[in-house]
Design a protein. Sequence first.
Length: 175
Amino acid sequence: MPEKSWGQSEMQFFTYLNSYIGIINHFFLLYTMSNESMISRILKSIFFKKATGKAGRYVQNSARLFELAKDVMGKMNQVGFKGGLAEVAGSVQVLIRMVRAYASGEYKGLPWKSLISVVAVLIYFVSPIDLIPDFLPVIGIADDVALIAWLIKTLGSDIAKFSQWEKSEKTINIG
């Protein structure tokens, strides 16, 4: 039986396959690394730096903040945070309410640096191309979830103050 020689199309296929396997390995390593080192890589990434730059412009424009909140809700509905990720969905909803309250002028108790951080994380969250692209099944949102968890931990006191303010706004004072 004659030995089959590889044509150019077969060689291209194996080159693409090898590249794809390399990409998957890279993202698997990112996914399995400790949460702290993943956060460090995210915060140093060009993707987060761009999000932070955009955040500075967004916070000066209420319409952009409302649009961002709408985009975040859209992504949450698309991803469908269920089961173990339900807590993440709750955290993101608090962040959305915080941004909306700031944009409407109702809540001014958020320090500028904290506001920039919240908006930068939400911009990163809605971006489909980031450290781990969202189109990768299952692991595509790992960096988004890790970053949100980091933000909630980092801004815990600011979020608690907002939640307290939110409760007091909903309380009806009778006499």
